[in-house]
Design a protein around this ligand. Structure first.
Ligand SMILES: Nc1ncnc2c1ncn2[C@@H]1O[C@H](COP(=O)(O)OP(=O)(O)OP(=O)(O)O)[C@@H](O)[C@H]1O
Length: 599
């Protein structure tokens, strides 16, 4: 038993926060892999045993071969040394492989956990955090969990057992010499404590610098067209260079702080070895000790040095990984903002009537975007949303898909409040084609099939035909296997839209949301897209943010949205005859289009 004062001092070296993090890691990951850890512990025990055996054998080698000059001992002892070394080699290999396997599984498990947790977050989370930060947490956190556990296990297994074994050798050979080592060790362990806080502070700064570098680089690469056309390369370079330089300085500071324990340990280790050499040399020459005992103790002490050093540094080395593990927990502890309560019923769509009733909503507190918005979209009909920019048209679509929840008011589909049915069934009932089409990195086929996972080849081709996309797809060398790069850059705007329309055909949802393209497509492409959209709208309740005159004129109903309210609704002719808000808006926005059409 340690004296209470010493036990307290040892306990204080580990902060409650560290204890909690380590405990949680052991419960979450360590416990499930206890068999792997137990096996690696066995290998480590072999390593410690063989290391201690080699130190012990050193004494016998010196005494039998050099003092007693026994020839037979040469063979036996050299054979024993080889046997011990080979065993140690296999044990080292075994523990490395076992630990790596467990460690890789822990990383994979945590990455899956983080991914699951991220997928349950609503869009507010993603719009509020940069992809770079999420990715850094995703990777650093998962790796940190493994590193903490592996570091503790190897310290306790390989290093602590080696120190114990080697100390036993010293005690067997000469207890007094062992005592010298015992006295020096705790001093060395205590000496590194003050460094930990420093390392923690620098690491947080280093981590944030790394996030900034990634954030700004990703922004630069994604916005490369804007950067090039505004010739912003130099300013971007200067900005990112600045971050990189800052990071370099932080890394140097970190290295210095982490290595500060080095000289201290070297000095203390040297003192211990010096004292032992003095005492052991004296006792061999004057105290009747054999040179074998002397060499055995010195060997044990020298072999003890590295593991003891690692044990002393354990707290420092753990520091950065623990911070990483806390980042992991920050994500894992986020409540699932998109989880449906158990037993939530599914949406049952009959005709697909959509109704907004006095809906109030704001993205940010006290900045209302929708202020009591009401309208009804009749089943199977097309309802056009028009109005000035920023009026809330896209917000209507965001709320219908339940990316956000309303503050007050009610949204229903066929009389069922959308907040009382599962999000999955709601979203499955809605198809969406926006002007900013997102294409996954993959083939054309995969991108269309996203509308109906598991769709057959015939279904995919039929959808592409309906979307007027089949011919241009077949014009590609790879056909449906052609790869569309990141963000689908090899395709034209009209082609991308038709892929999105094919996706929507395949999904075959009863309700359709369209955000019409404002960017001018060439007239042939536009005609194709229009034909595709028209057939997509047939027999579906369609809500369309209308930018084109044709859509507005043909719509079954037009809702004029201004400052978060529907200020007028009706058919085109009715609203024109009324000479109200729509008429003014129509004059302003569509007069030019009409002129172009009639020209
Ligand atoms: N994710 C968001 N976070 C905060 N505010 C938002 C967000 N999305 C939109 N807004 C704000 O909500 C208001 C309505 O935006 P919305 O996109 O619904 O308008 P809109 O009528 O579709 O405009 P446009 O015709 O220009 O697309 C705007 O003032 C906008 O700044």
């Amino acid at each position: 038993m340690l004296p209470p004062k010493m036990a307290n001092a040892l306990r204080n070296m580990v902060s409650p926060e560290t204890r909690d993090t380590v405990r949680r890691l052991f419960v979450q990951d360590g416990r499930r892999h206890w068999k792997g850890y137990a096996l690696s512990f066995v290998f480590m025990a072999f390593m410690a045993g063989t290391t201690s055996g080699l130190a012990y054998l050193m004494g016998t080698v010196i005494n039998r071969i050099f003092v007693e000059q026994s020839t037979s001992a040469i063979w036996i002892l050299s054979g024993a040394v080889v046997a011990l070394s080979v065993t140690k080699g296999f044990a080292a290999y075994g523990q490395a492989v076992t630990l790596a396997k467990v460690g890789n599984r822990i990383v994979a498990d945590n990455q899956k956990r983080v991914l699951d947790r991220l997928l349950t977050q609503d869009v507010t989370f993603f719009s509020g955090s940069h992809t770079a930060e999420i990715m850094m947490r995703f990777n650093t956190g998962a790796q940190a969990a493994r590193n903490v556990l592996n570091l503790i296990i190897t310290s306790l297994g390989r290093d602590l057992l080696s120190v114990i074994g080697l100390t036993a050798v010293m005690i067997i050979q000469d207890p007094f010499m062992a005592l010298i080592g015992f006295i020096v060790m705790p001093i060395a362990v205590g000496g590194v404590r003050s460094l930990i806080r420093k390392v923690q502070k620098i690491f947080s700064r280093e981590f944030h610098s790394a996030i900034q570098i990634m954030t700004e680089s990703i922004d630069a690469f994604q916005g490369i067209r804007t950067i090039k056309s505004f010739t912003l390369e130099d300013s971007q370079r200067a900005k990112i260079y600045g971050r990189i330089d800052k990071m370099e300085k932080a890394s140097n500071r970190m290295m210095r702080a982490q290595s500060q324990s080095g000289p201290l340990m070297e000095a203390l280790g040297g003192v211990a070895i010096g004292l032992v050499v003095m005492y052991a040399g004296w006792s061999v020459l004057h105290g009747g000790r054999t040179p074998g005992e002397f060499f055995s103790v010195i060997t044990a002490l020298l072999l003890c040095y590295e593991p003891a050093k690692r044990l002393a540094r354990l707290n420092i080395d753990l520091t950065t990984h623990l911070l990483g593990a806390r980042m992991l927990f920050e994500i894992l502890d986020r409540p699932a903002t998109e989880a449906d309560a158990p037993g939530t019923p599914e949406l049952v769509v009959r005709g697909g009537a959509v109704a907004f009733d006095e809906v109030v909503f704001s993205y940010r507190e006290s900045e209302p975007v929708l202020r009591g918005l009401s309208f009804i979209a009749e089943p199977g009909q097309t309802t056009a949303l028009v109005g000035p920019s920023g009026g809330g048209k896209s917000t209507v679509m965001n709320l219908l898909e339940r990316f956000y929840d309303v503050e007050s008011g009610v949204i229903t589909i066929d009389g069922q409040r959308i907040d009382t049915v599962t999000r999955r069934s709601l979203r499955q009932a809605i198809g969406f084609v926006s002007q900013d089409v997102f294409l996954f990195t993959g083939t054309v086929r995969e991108n269309i099939a996203a509308g109906l996972p598991g769709a057959t080849e015939e279904q995919i081709i039929a959808a592409a035909r309906s979307a007027h996309a089949h011919d241009f797809i077949m014009g590609f060398e790879g056909g449906y296997d052609s790869r569309v790069g990141e963000r689908g850059t090899q395709l034209s705007g009209g082609q991308r839209q038709r892929i999105a329309i094919a996706r929507a055909f395949l999904k075959d949802a009863p309700i359709l949301l369209l955000d019409e393209a404002t960017a001018a497509l060439d007239s042939e492409s536009e005609a194709e897209v229009q034909k595709a959209l028209q057939s997509l709208q047939t027999n579906r309740t369609t809500l369309v943010i209308a930018h084109r005159l044709q859509t507005v004129i043909n719509a079954d109903k037009i809702c004029v949205i201004e400052k978060g309210r529907v200020v007028e609704s009706g058919r085109h002719e009715e609203l024109v005859a009324k000479r109200g808000r729509y008429f003014t808006f129509h004059q302003l926005q569509f007069a030019g289009q009409q002129e172009r059409l009639s020209a």
